[in-house]
Design a protein around this ligand. Sequence first.
Ligand code: 13P
Ligand code: SF4
Length: 305
Amino acid sequence: MNDDQARMYSRIKDVAKARNAIILAHNYQPAEIQDLADMCGDSLELSRKAAHTDADVIVFCGVHFMAETASILCPHKTVLLPRMDAGCLMADMITAEALAAKLATLPPMPVVTYVNSTADVKALSTVCCTSANVVQVVNSLPENEMLLTPDRNLAMYAASRTGKKIHIWEGYCPTHEWLRPEDVDQARAEHPGAVFIAHPECRPEILQMADVITSTSGMLRHAAQADEKEFIIGTEQGLLYPLRKANPDKQFYPASTRLICKNMKKIQASDVLRCLETMTGEVKVPEAIRVPALKAVELMISLKV
Ligand code: 13P
Ligand code: SF4
C-alpha cells in the first residue's frame, strides 16, 4: 500500500467511525475495497450482517440489489451504495410487471426469487434464496411445484438437487454464462488434478463437470478445509483475491480469464470516502414495496439455512 492509499484508508476509517458506519463488501469487489471493508461475504452472509448490525449507516460495496436488500431489512438505517450505476445484469432481466404477467399464466404456486433481483420483484415473491441456500429453501416449501426467478441456471440446479418441478425464468448472469466446457477442459489440461469448483450461476453443462458447486463463501470455506492444493475457480475473478490471501500455500486458477463482472468493479476507495463524507448515494426502498419484499427476505433468513 502506498502513502496516498494509506491516508485514504485512514480517512475512511475515521469518517466511518464518526458516522457509526459499517462497510460491507461482496467477495467479488476489487482487492482495495475488500481490504478496507469491515466484513466481506457472499450475498447471504451480507444480508445477515445487515440485518443484525448496530451501525447507523451501512455502506454497501456491491451492486444495487444488495443495497436494496439491506434497506429492506433495515428501514431505519441509512444504506449507501458508493456507485449508483453498479447494477446487476441478471436482476435487470426481470421486472415486477413481467413476473405478474407470467404468474397470471400459471396455476397458483410459490415464487422463489434469487436475491439477485429488484425489491419490487421480491415483493411479488413467496421466499428469497441465495446461491448458498437455494436447495434448502426449495426443500423447505411444502409444494412440489414452483417458479424460480430470475436465474435459469440456478433454477435448473435446484430442480436437479431437489427433484421438484421448477418453472424457469429465462434470466442468467452474463459473467457466469461466459464459461464454456472447452474453458474447463483447457484449465484441467493445464492443471491436472486441480479441483474444479463452480458457482451455481454457471450453465448446467459446466455444473456437470464440477467437483464442487457452491456460493462464493462456500468456495472460500471449501478451499480452506480441503487437503488438495490446487483449484480451478468457476466464478467471477474477484474471488481469487480472498482465496489466495487466505490460502498462501495453495494455487487458484481462473476457469476462464473472461469471468469479470464490470459492475462489481466500479467502486473505488475514493467513492467510499465520498459517499461517507457527503452521505450521498442512499438506497431506500419505499414502504409499499419494502413490506411485502421483507416477508420474502425474512422467510429465507428465518429458515437459518
Ligand atoms: P454469492 O456470493 O451469494 O455466491 O453471489 C454471487 C453473485 O453473483 C453475486 O452477484
Ligand atoms: Fe449480477 Fe452476475 Fe455481476 Fe453477480 S456477477 S452482480 S449476478 S451480473
